[in-house]
Write a protein that binds this ligand. Structure first.
Ligand code: IPM
Ligand code: MN
Length: 358
């Protein structure tokens, strides 16, 4: 039996365009081994398109990718287009319209990748997943500015936490924790943010009642950030609001030694819409166009895509190959000398070797 998937590719800006070809090469290689055929439709939605046509994507953009099986996105953001314009014109509408309310961000300290932390701090190893709420919270469109430029100028931005939105992300996180170590940490700040965060805490306690096997605790985000640096090995699954999850996931990637390795999955768990897979690193204008971008974040994201599409063995083989390649071949962000292509070839060589064994 052959499985067939149509993937929407949105390379976007900067190194986004350099890391998607490696990701597709890996998908094709693993697909050959597992009887999976990928076809790709590429979309040039980007800041370049914005400069030429005045919009990041066409008016019917979302309809064009609504029926794909998944979306692979490189990065969004470039000089000349304000970040809030590029992101709210492309990435954020996809996350929201397609109800990708889970943003899953695993991170590990990997063999061959030096963490900036001392080995005794890393201890037995760091392997955690941040479950970030991805549709509401602090990233809201509700608010405004008045009296622009005047001394009495006001800017107001509302945070939005709904019972539906909070329940579904918490349940996802509790289930994930149950499938892993059985331990969950909830990021909060209810000592300072007294309405939304106390609501969040109450919801955590309520949902915990439905997941009796999971040991959970809550930590204020400030103390949690310090602990993540001082004792990262003590964490497994962490759940947080949109903003807290965003910050913690970069912090965790920093602990792991490079944001270049970090993957993410924007999931619509009900599968009513395509889910989107993207590296966390962004468009990195400082190194774009030089062929030195680390494709690992994008490759790891394809492994998450394979899991989501129902091919966890294929996903695991991609990770084995990618992590194995790292022990010998590393890009510059990891202290190595390899370019994007060399690292990709190292991963593909391992996958082909596996094809040989089968
Ligand atoms: C991320 C990014 C985005 C986010 C930005 C670019 C809007 O930082 O995916 O983590 O905050 O969601
Ligand atoms: Mn971020």
């Amino acid at each position: 039996m052959t499985y067939r998937y149509r993937i929407a590719l949105i390379p976007g800006d900067g190194i986004g365009t350099e890391v998607l070809p490696p990701a597709c090469a890996v998908l094709d290689a693993i697909g050959r081994r597992h009887g999976i055929e990928f076809s790709y439709d590429e979309f040039d939605w980007s800041c370049q398109r914005y400069a030429a046509e005045g919009a990041m994507m066409p008016a019917d953009g979302l309809d064009r990718i609504r029926h794909h099986d998944a979306i692979l996105l490189g990065a969004v953001g470039w000089h000349g287009v304000p970040d809030h314009v590029s992101l709210w014109g492309l990435l954020i509408p996809i996350r929201r319209e397609f109800r990708q309310y889970i943003n899953l961000r695993p991170i590990k300290v990997l063999d061959g990748v030096p963490s900036p932390l001392r080995p005794e701090v890393i201890g037995e190893g760091v392997d955690m997943v941040i479950v970030r709420e991805n549709n509401e919270g602090e990233y809201s469109e509700i608010g405004g500015r008045v009296h622009r430029g005047a001394a009495e100028e006001i800017a107001v931005q509302e945070s939005v936490f709904t019972r539906t939105g909070v329940t579904r992300v918490l349940d996802y996180a509790f289930n994930l924790a149950a499938a892993r170590s059985g331990k969950l940490v909830s990021a909060t700040k209810s000592n300072g943010i007294i309405h939304t965060m106390t609501f969040w805490d109450e919801m955590v306690a309520e949902r915990a009642g439905q997941h009796a096997g999971v040991e959970w605790r809550q930590e204020h985000i400030d103390a949690l950030a310090a602990k993540m640096v001082m004792n990262p090995a003590s964490f497994d699954v962490i759940v947080g609001s949109n903003l807290f999850g965003d910050i913690l996931s970069d912090l965790a990637a920093g602990v792991a030694g490079s944001i270049g390795v970090a993957p993410s999955a924007n999931l619509n768990p009900e599968r009513e819409f395509p889910s989107m897979f993207e590296p966390v690193h962004g468009s990195a204008p400082d190194i774009a166009g030089q062929g030195v971008a680390n494709p690992l974040g994008a490759i790891w994201s394809t492994s998450m895509m394979l899991d989501h599409l129902g091919h966890p063995e294929a996903g695991a083989e991609v990770l084995d190959a990618a992590f194995g390649a790292l022990t010998k071949t590393r890009t510059r962000d990891l202290g190595g000398t390899a370019g994007t292509e060399e690292f990709t070839h190292a991963v593909l060589a391992r996958l082909d070797a596996r094809v040989g064994i089968a």
